[in-house]
Structures are given as C-alpha cells and as structure tokens.
Design a protein around this ligand. Structure first.
Ligand SMILES: Cc1ncc(COP(=O)(O)O)c(C=O)c1O
Length: 231
C-alpha cells in the first residue's frame, strides 16, 4: 500500500481504498479506510459488519472531500433546497442504521472469532497435510487480517469444490472472472492485456466457510474432507 500511495502521490492521483469488508483490518497499526485519500466500506448483509440490506460508509480526513461526499449522498444538497452539485439518493436507510448500531459493539468479538477460526484452520491443515492445497492465507508481520474470507489455493479448485459440496460443505469463488474479462470493460484500454496473477487466482482460489460461530467440529470436517481428496 505504501508503494502504491507513493506512486499515486507522485502522479497526483487520489487513492480510494476499497475496504468493503476490511473493517478492523490494519497495516502497522493503521486501520483499513485510513490508508488512502478515502476509504469505502460496505454494509451488505454478508459483510463482517452487515445490515439487513444495502448500506455503506466513506471515510476520509479531508474536510472538503467529506463535505462533497455528504452533499452527493443527498442529491447534491449543501443546505435545504440548495443544490450546488448533481448528486443522488445514497443516504443510509434508518432501518439499516438501527441494525448496524446494534451490531457494531459486537464487531470486535466477531472479528476475534474469525481470526481464531483462521488460526485453527491453519493448525488443522498443518496436521492433516492436504496435498490438494497449494497455499493457505498468511498474515505477515504488522498486518491484522479480519478474514471476511478464508481463501486457500489449489490447482484442483473446481473438482475439490464439487467434492466438498458432495459432503455438504459450501464454498465460494471470489472471483471466478477477473475484471479485465468482464464484458462491461471490454472497450477500455488494457482489457486485452494479460494479468497473469489475476487470471491464475481466478481459477485457483477457493473460499472455505469462515464465520465467528464456526465450531471446531465443523472446521475439522472441512479440513478432513479436503485432506482426503486426491486430485
Ligand atoms: C471487494 C469488494 N468491493 C466492493 C463491493 C461492493 O459492495 P456493495 O455491493 O455494498 O457496493 C464488494 C461486494 O461484494 C466487494 O467484495
């Protein structure tokens, strides 16, 4: 991130962090959402902090930008009946706000639960030696991962997924089509370039069940089901 920020500073380009599900994650003590010019969080129901419907949050320490975002959120109004900008209706629904207020105080415990479960997967895989798995998530020094997903890599991704599903274990793909292959970006510069890391990740990554309440027995079952699989 610091390399990207240095490059962006040099070019005069603001960095907008997509921190959609990274609430609570940190690099060297700096929280996600504070690393760029602005950070964007999602409160979609499946996120680490999710409402009952759509919602989101923008963070910034730039007062002018904050005013602009507040205004754009409410049809570009700066005061009642005063529209200096053309905005939209992006206000947080009161019902979602109420749900989020109840859930927010529990977020620290939920994050701790996800992190403990990630550690437990790591220990289980170490013990079981799953040959199909080529890598597990890592948390380098100074980083705090909040494990919205626990994503493993495997060259037998699709067949392992079918095997897990046959045993009742649901997995996720985030994401199976890289952005530059999306039809909506077919006409932009760079869409025909190759991005080998993104392309490989799109066929090798597999997200295992991870949520705060996942039990040891459930994790053992997932890890054993993977380790018994021979591609
Ligand atoms: C990394 C990332 N960014 C942004 C989004 C979009 O969030 P929303 O649908 O709340 O705008 C998602 C949704 O899954 C996401 O995973």
């Amino acid at each position: 991130m610091s390399a990207l920020s240095a490059l962006a500073d040099e070019a005069g380009v603001p960095v907008v962090e997509d921190a959609a599900q990274a609430i609570g994650a940190a690099i060297d003590g700096h929280q996600a959402g504070t690393l760029g010019t602005a950070g964007c969080f999602s409160f979609y129901p499946t996120k680490n902090l999710g409402g009952f419907g759509d919602g989101g949050l923008v963070t910034t320490n730039d007062d002018d930008l904050a005013d602009r975002v507040r205004s754009l959120r409410d049809h570009g109004a700066s005061a009642p009946y005063q529209h200096n900008l053309v905005g939209g209706n992006f206000r947080l629904d009161a019902l979602q706000a109420a749900v989020l207020r109840v859930k927010l105080p529990r977020l620290t415990d939920w994050t701790a639960g996800r992190r403990a479960n990630a550690t437990r997967y790591g220990e289980l895989f170490q013990r079981l030696s799953a040959t199909a798995v080529t890598s597990l998530p890592v948390e380098p020094d100074g980083r705090t991962h909040v494990y919205h997903q626990y994503v493993i890599r495997t060259r037998a991704r699709d067949s392992l997924r079918v095997h897990l599903a046959s045993k009742g274990v649901t997995t996720g793909l985030y994401y199976s089509v890289p952005l530059h292959w999306q039809p909506c970006f077919a006409n932009i510069a760079g869409a025909r370039a190759t991005f080998p890391h993104a392309e490989l990740a799109s066929v090798e990554t597999l997200a295992l069940p991870i949520y705060p309440e996942l039990t040891l027995a459930q994790q053992k079952f997932v890890a054993e089901t993977i380790s018994e699989y021979v591609p």
